[in-house]
Design a protein around this ligand. Structure first.
Ligand code: ATP
Length: 374
């Protein structure tokens, strides 16, 4: 045991080399990951990348073709869903229409031994208060809004006191505003209970907003598992860089690598190496900060792929200056997403007052993040 393990919570759910095939299709491909006790862990990725299958393997609705799922260090192979101590909420996990809200939640309670002390009704009331529906006990489910119904489904899933909560796109049927409110509530409930939660969504913004850690999945396996800030600021691959938020991706040949003992004060690239990367005929400076990964041991002749977030491109900047033409602009309220053409490439810029015509944009070398080296 290293010193670090003192701070990390123990592993609650682990997938070890898990593969799930359906005939010719490999839905989950040699996937390994660990979810810590009390963690809000999100699987995000495009349609078909294996998120739902992964969740179903954890719940026990599916068994791996290869590999093992472990709860608290022990294999759950062959253990049926009802014996795994998991609460599950699916997108269309319908409530029973002929039962009241309270009866729906009480149905969840019937999966467990009667809790010592308080009556079922007390417990149902507690659970409904937890999801902010304390006064809806006697209502019929079809008189509730979509968001309220989802919260009842969550209360029902939480009723047996599961160790792990599994949520599969629980809000995808709801409108954007409601989803934003509900995701805050889900996070609050998770924090209040301290329950290990594994959440599936295709919505990268949602994933960043609620999670302790995020696994960005592609083709049945995670490309990166990290806290939201790391996923956003230091994407491990070009796929992660462009799936999560907007990004400008550029590739070119390294013509020189130099060290920076003294650079201008406005930049935080001090102490890093700078690669000069020639993209077509323009040479751009890219700070290298990694001792590992694609930024380590870069040398002249390598081909580097790096990205710069649109909000890091600055109008009128003289470092790494590019002359581009505005092709279109999307007003987003707080900012405008400006599409630029730079020598046949599309670049994105964020601006409060969108420019028109020909513009010069630039970026600080420290704001470039390398995602690939060949
Ligand atoms: P979405 O966001 O669209 O729900 P997902 O990331 O959850 O996608 P999965 O539902 O896990 O993806 O599916 C992964 C792959 O496995 C897909 O190609 C899917 O068609 C396939 N697959 C999933 N379940 C089955 C099944 N029961 N039989 C055959 N193929 C399946």
């Amino acid at each position: 045991d290293g010193a670090d393990s003192d701070h990390a919570a123990p592993t609650a759910v682990e997938l070890a080399g898990v593969t799930r095939r359906y005939g010719e299709t490999t839905a989950v491909d040699d996937l390994s990951l660990s979810v810590r006790e009390g963690e809000f862990f999100t699987l995000v990725g495009p349609s078909g990348c294996g998120k739902t299958t992964t969740l179903r393997l954890i719940a026990g609705f599916e068994e791996p073709t290869q590999g093992e799922v472990r709860f608290n260090g022990e294999s759950v192979t062959g253990v049926p869903p009802e014996d795994r101590d998991v609460g599950v909420v699916f997108q269309n996990y319908a409530l029973f229409p002929h039962m009241t809200v309270g009866e729906n939640v009480a149905y969840g309670l019937s999966f467990t031994d009667p809790p010592g002390g308080g009556s079922d009704e007390e417990r149902v009331r507690e659970l409904l208060e937890l999801v902010a529906l304390g006064d809806m006990m006697d209502r019929d489910p079809d008189t509730l809004s979509g968001g309220q119904q989802q919260r009842v489904a969550m209360a029902r899933a939480l009723a047996p006191g599961p160790d792990v909560l599994l949520l599969d796109e629980p809000m995808s049927a709801l409108d954007a505003k409601l989803r934003e409110r509900l995701r805050v509530q889900v996070r609050e409930i998770q924090q209040e209970l301290g329950i290990t939660t594994i959440y599936v969504t295709h919505d990268q913004e949602e994933a960043l907003a609620v999670s302790d850690r995020v696994a960005v999945m592609r083709d049945g396996t995670p490309e990166q598992v990290a806290p939201p800030r790391t996923i956003y600021r230091e994407p491990a691959t070009e796929f992660v860089a462009t799936f999560v938020g907007d990004n400008n991706v550029l590739s070119g040949e390294v013509t020189a690598v130099r060290s920076t003992d003294r650079v201008d004060d406005s930049s935080d690239e001090s102490g890093r190496s700078i690669a000069d990367v020639t993209v077509d005929s323009t040479t751009l400076s890219v700070a290298l900060d990694g001792d590992s990964g694609p930024e380590a041991a870069v040398s002249a002749g390598d081909r580097l792929t790096f990205c710069v977030r649109p909000e890091r491109l600055t109008l009128g900047a003289d470092r790494n200056a590019l002359t581009a033409t505005v092709t279109s602009a999307e007003f987003l309220g707080e900012t405008t997403r400006v599409h630029l053409d730079w020598e046949g490439r599309e670049l994105l810029l964020r601006a409060e007052d969108p420019p028109t015509g020909t513009v010069t944009v630039g970026f600080d070398p420290a704001d470039a993040h390398t995602v690939d080296r060949q």
